[in-house]
Design a protein around this ligand. Structure first.
Ligand code: ADP
Ligand code: MG
Length: 351
């Protein structure tokens, strides 16, 4: 899990910026017809014909958004791409290109950046996305990553955060809370490792949650499924900050309230076991933990039969009038007002 100290190390100053870019991007292959020209000129050339263009950007900073003591660089590259593609899918679009920019200190070696780019190119391959550019600069300390994802959508299929109507159904893909508890396990092992670097943790019984934290997948499959089921959600968002704050975003943009039902929340059994071990409430982990990168969307009631009993999709509640607010109905039937806590970058060193 922790960095392998035995690999060979080539200092970055041995290469210079241009050779470094060439080296890292030499194996990039373009796959999409919409990519006319990729890396190597002053700008990439793209052609989306009649479709609308979707653009989304993220900035990730070492020590704030990721911790390299338990995040292998290959996973970081993969995850950084996923986080961005997820935003394009959350508009009901298809991602087709990314740019990837890095600020890197001399603490990093060529081999380390090769690992980062191995993760990026695996993500591009799995999701049929082209890496078409970026920028490379030095930083005084740490690693900084900026990614822009580009994609397309047919105009009348684009789904925004606004658009939910009263009495729509609130649906979530996959399951929730695992990335958060996975992070708790990794933080715990990091603390143990500091005290005893020879410890060999047995993480088998946490593997699903750790994988959800280290190697999330963006839900392209859910977008494809919705198209197959002939459903256009009325509103949609991806879950990066925790269910609670995403519900608040939909509520604010769509001007509706929501009722969600605690006993409908999809939680993997492993997550429940870890919550017991840590003495957490699993509902809190789902509501306030983040980084699940599932899709949260509303659909009209008439579409219910199309998604009913689909294993990937769970109806967790419905929209109500705005002034009713956002309420969790507990297993015992109590109503609790949700708080838009989510994750706050400045408090919890994460966003
Ligand atoms: P400029 O001086 O015009 O910014 P650069 O020398 O920085 O050009 O970049 C040359 C080419 O390499 C451009 O196509 C740019 O998009 C690409 N590029 C630069 N850095 C990266 C990177 N970290 N990842 C991917 N492509 C990159
Ligand atoms: Mg440049």
């Amino acid at each position: 899990m922790f960095e392998d100290k035995n690999t060979s190390k080539t200092p970055l100053e041995n290469l210079g910026e241009f050779r470094l870019i060439d080296h890292l991007t030499r194996s990039v292959k373009l796959k999409n017809d919409s990519t006319i020209l990729g890396i190597g000129d002053d700008a990439a050339i793209l052609n989306y014909s009649e479709n609308k263009t979707l653009v989304s950007t993220d900035l990730l900073i070492e020590g704030i958004h990721f911790d390299l003591s338990y995040m292998p660089l290959k996973h970081l590259g993969y995850k950084a791409v996923m986080v961005n593609l997820s935003d394009i899918y959350a508009m009901n679009g298809n991602a087709s290109q990314i740019t990837f920019s890095i600020g890197v200190s001399n603490r990093f070696t060529l081999e380390a950046l090769e690992e980062l780019y191995a993760g990026i190119s695996l993500a591009c391959k799995n999701y049929n996305v082209d890496l078409v550019g970026g920028d490379t600069t030095s930083s005084t300390s740490g690693l900084l990553i900026s990614i822009t994802a580009l994609g397309t959508a047919i105009e009348n299929r684009i789904v925004k955060r606004s658009g939910a109507k009263e009495n729509d159904l609130l649906v979530v893909s996959g399951d929730l809370g695992a990335a958060y508890v996975g992070l708790q396990i990794l933080e715990r092992e990091k603390a143990v490792f500091k005290v005893n670097p020879n410890s060999q943790p047995d993480l088998n019984s946490y593997s699903y949650s750790i994988e959800r934290q280290l190697k999330p997948e963006a839900r392209k499959d859910v977008i494809e499924l919705l198209e197959k089921l002939d459903i256009i959600p009325t509103s949609m968002i991806d879950i990066s900050d925790g269910l609670s704050s995403e519900i608040f975003h939909l509520s604010k943009s769509s001007e509706v309230g929501f009722h969600i039902f605690e006993d409908k929340l999809p939680i993997d059994p492993e997550v429940n076991l870890i919550c017991e071990e840590f003495k957490f409430n699993s509902t809190t982990a789902v509501l306030n933990g983040g980084e699940d990168y599932e899709l949260l969307f509303t659909i009209a009631q008439k579409d219910f039969n199309k998604i009913k009993s689909h294993p990937l999709l769970t109806v967790i509640g419905h929209s109500v009038e705005r002034k009713a607010g956002c309420q969790l109905i507990t297993g015992l039937g109590h109503q609790i007002e949700l708080t838009a806590q989510g994750w706050q970058s400045f408090k919890n060193e994460k966003s």
